[in-house]
Design a protein around this ligand. Structure first.
Ligand SMILES: [Zn+2]
Length: 273
């Protein structure tokens, strides 16, 4: 059972892999998330109105840094993100933020980090300085080292994908609502009522839930009183359950995890933070 544990004590949830079908889409999602991290507005973040949001939108926020492939002396883009660039990022990450409460690093085409660069980044992902968030954008998460992937929560962007599975979306909304309600017995009951579904439906459900949680994190959907940490933890749980489902682990087992593992909300009192 040990390998089915989904979170280790002290594991950090401040690194995300943003996987999208296109580079632009992933980057767009990363920028929204970065703005949400520095936003100083009220209500759902990013508010889009505060100074921090406006700076983030114009790409001039001093605490949001984008790492991308550099160009060489001839103006040609290099093929890789180098170890030197990662070393620079490590040094910079330890410098306190300029004006926001956090610093955000967006790594464009994270798969362009060569293995040496990824290994270098690993240390940082394992023990990131407090308040630092890493957003690794990629169209191909398979190209990242498994050690890197295991340190990050994966946000899948399904935007623009053909059809959404409505039934799965409804289940996802019901599940997250139950978790946020904070009543473990209720959650257990919900899971028992739904453990009869087949593998395909369960996978669609975990996918939809992941997308919903990503939207909550980006401020596109109300957070139902769940903290950022809880949402990140739930995303990892969904990811874990998804991979178990793909390995044909029994549905009852999955729903057992879904009932027992999530951090519960404090009960939604209509507060959106
Ligand atoms: Zn704002």
């Amino acid at each position: 059972m040990e390998e089915l544990r989904f979170s280790d004590a002290g594991r950090l949830y401040h690194a995300y892999i943003i996987s999208a079908a296109s580079r632009e889409e992933g980057l767009r999602r990363a920028r929204t998330l970065a703005a949400a991290a520095v936003c100083t507005g009220e209500g759902p973040v990013p508010c889009g109105k505060c100074r921090a949001c406006r700076k983030a939108e114009s790409g001039i926020h001093p605490d949001i840094t984008t790492i991308r492939r550099q160009t060489d002396d001839k103006g040609k883009q290099r093929r890789e993100i180098t170890v030197d660039q990662v070393c620079w990022m490590i040094g910079d990450a330890y410098v306190l933020p300029n004006e926001a409460a956090r610093k955000v690093y967006i790594i464009e085409e994270a798969e362009a980090m060569n293995p040496a660069a990824q290994n270098k980044a690993l240390k940082l992902l394992e023990e990131p300085p407090k308040g630092v968030i890493f957003l690794l954008c990629t169209v191909n998460p398979e190209k990242l080292l498994p050690t890197v992937r295991s340190r990050c929560a994966e946000l899948k962007c399904n935007e623009g994908m053909a059809e959404r599975d409505e039934e799965a979306d409804k289940l996802a909304a019901a599940y997250v609502k139950t978790v946020s309600g904070g009543d473990r017995a209720k959650l257990l009951r919900w899971c028992m009522e739904n453990e009869g579904m087949d593998n395909r439906s369960a996978l669609a459900f975990t996918d939809s839930t992941q997308t919903l949680l990503a939207d909550m994190l980006c401020g596109r959907k109300p957070r139902l009183g769940l903290t950022e940490e809880s949402i990140a933890e739930l995303i990892r749980l969904m990811e874990r359950c998804g991979s178990y489902l793909k390995a044909n682990t029994g549905i009852k087992h999955i729903f057992g995890l879904l009932a027992v593992d999530p951090p519960l909300g404090s009960g939604n009192r209509g507060k959106d933070s």
